[in-house]
Design a protein around this ligand. Structure first.
Ligand code: NDP
Length: 287
């Protein structure tokens, strides 16, 4: 069994981006810019945003954070996004999710839909989500983008392979299925209503699980020599970080596996900046 090492691979991607950004700046191009909108004070969201600020600064990217209290109206957020859409100095716009659950309900879909597709570095507008099913190079959400980059890094051939994606959320399973299909895998999407999940998973050459259930997938779900992508990030009873796959139970059966931590997680943040620099390069040509 070989580990798909997301920590090392993401480090290499970030190092390459840093070199690329500094060379673009030396050529006289402006600083790439990502605008992040955060609403409320959710601890995990604050942490993710500060991680992006730190990493962005290290890469030479300008990160502008727009903070709102959770009593803000949807209209004000949409108005800001509208302004950022028009600003030629802004390359990427993202709204930190999930939006807070308060007395008022935010309409996440309507808010995200205001983001211009050319600045949708998080790949969550319906147009971006559709694009990854239609174009091989569509810009999609960071987690599935990172998974594809990791598979590429290890030269894992997807053509004609049976790929099973368990979980169909908009940030993970749905776009990942599209990306695998565009790379000529034969894709099955499974979810909480799927019957015979074990049998479906056992048919997979590539098995990707993102369901949020600690160590749910054991060896009974794994085909011999499968590639196992564990997307889950959970805490077990002792508070340790674990995936959706029981790593120790499956490690002798599969050919490749992503560890948790150190697999898909670090690829996610690297892919956000990778997406940003893709749109930035389009923008500097445009203006
Ligand atoms: P969601 O809750 O949005 O979606 C979970 C999906 O799993 C749903 O499609 C659900 O089916 C399906 N599901 C739930 N239980 C089962 C089951 N027993 N059998 C089959 N399918 C099931 O979660 P997310 O997609 O946001 O996150 C999933 C996991 O991935 C979490 O652990 C999260 O922490 C992790 N994650 C990791 C990231 C990373 O960077 N590594 C990034 C984002 C998420 P249905 O649609 O029928 O309800």
């Amino acid at each position: 069994m070989e580990i798909l090492d997301g920590k090392t691979t993401s480090g290499e991607i970030l190092d390459n981006l840093k070199v690329e950004i500094s060379s673009l700046l030396e050529q006289g191009h402006r600083i790439p810019r990502l605008d992040i909108i955060i609403i409320g004070h959710d601890y995990a969201s604050e942490k993710y945003v500060s991680m992006k600020e730190k990493k962005g600064a290290d890469l030479g990217i300008k990160i502008v954070v727009h903070r709102f209290e959770d009593n803000i109206e949807d209209g004000e957020i949409k108005q800001l996004i509208g302004k950022l859409n028009q600003d030629s100095l802004v390359d990427g716009i993202m709204v930190q999710l999930p939006l807070p659950k308060t007395n008022k309900t935010f309409n996440t879909k309507d808010i995200l839909e205001v983001i211009d597709i050319s600045k949708d570095v998080d790949g969550l507008t319906y147009s971006s989500l559709g694009s990854v099913w239609i174009e091989r190079e569509g810009i999609g959400p960071a987690t599935p983008t990172g998974i594809i980059k990791l598979l590429d890094e290890y030269d894992i051939d997807l053509t004609g392979k049976n790929a099973v994606v368990v979980g169909r959320s908009k940030i993970v399973g749905l776009p990942l299925a599209g990306m695998l299909s565009r790379r000529d895998a034969t894709v099955t999407m499974a979810h909480s209503k799927s019957e015979n999940l074990q049998e479906i998973c056992k048919s997979a050459d590539i098995l990707a699980i993102g369901i949020g259930k600690p160590k749910y997938i054991n060896r009974d779900y794994i085909k011999k020599d499968a590639v196992v992508i564990d997307i889950g990030i959970n805490r077990d009873y002792e508070g340790n970080l674990v995936g959706d796959v029981d790593f120790d139970d499956v490690k002798d059966i599969c050919a490749y596996i992503t560890p948790v931590p150190g697999g898909v997680g670090p690829m996610t943040i690297a892919s956000l900046f990778f997406n940003l620099i893709r749109v930035y390069k389009r923008n500097v040509k445009k203006y």
